[in-house]
Design a protein around this ligand. Sequence first.
Ligand code: 0WD
Length: 255
Amino acid sequence: MKLMEGKRALIMGVANKRSIAWGIAKALHRAGAELAFTYQGERLEQMVKKLVEEEMPGSLCIPCDVTSDDDIQNAFGTIREKWGRLDTLVHAIAFAKGEDLEGPFVETSRDGYALAHDISSYSLVAVANAAKPLMTEGGSIITITYMGAERVIPNYKVMGVAKAALETNVKYMAYELGADNIRVNAISAGPIRTLAAKGVKDFNQILHIIEEKAPLRRTTDVAEVADTALFLASDMSRGVTGEVIHVDSGYNIMG
Ligand code: 0WD
């Protein structure tokens, strides 16, 4: 029997075929999961529906901008209606305004700070709360973070602070939801060239440093993150919660 046979997973955060969320979807699909997707809105509707149609025809595609409580309620309402139950929730969503990643961190505006935290951190809390009543047989919630939460990566700025909040969400949520056998974990991924990575200055240079210094002497690819997500989604990881697992060629251990 395949690892995810009989399990239903909702994937949030596909923007295109390079997205980490899409890589995770492919891994869960190969392992036998039934999938549903949310996309941010009209901007991404065509792209996501086309991808899903080509590779996972029949999977649900639902709009959900995580800054909207109504969108979240409607999206999980659709999941309740179509599936009745949810086993896995993958949250691979983040955003900060370009101007807040360019200027000095100390000049971050109140609005920019709030928006980055709303989309990149609070949204995990909001969607987990909506998913909880559907996870009637326990569940696994997975989010994606970055080492910029733990130490200063000069160009990551407000996003690093938002990721620190995200990682602490994971711990508090793991504690509370553990009573319902719902596990909450994060994967701290090494830098990968995606749409979101375009906002980070000197990204190429960051990749070169990793090729030089990481224990595995290479950068991370999406499939490596996806396989760890498969582990976290499956019963193989049934004893693991509140954890941040680094999938970064080991770079985080280096001084
Ligand atoms: O190096 C990297 N690529 C790393 C990414 C290293 C470590 C962590 N991550 C994280 C990101 O911070 C994010 O949390 O992985 C997650 C997925 O990011 P990704 O796959 O690298 O990037 P991308 O393909 O752009 O997906 C992120 C998506 C958005 O894409 P764009 O680029 O269009 O902003 O997050 C979604 C959107 O699809 N998103 C939203 N979804 C719903 N509501 C919203 C929103 N308001 N805002 C952004």
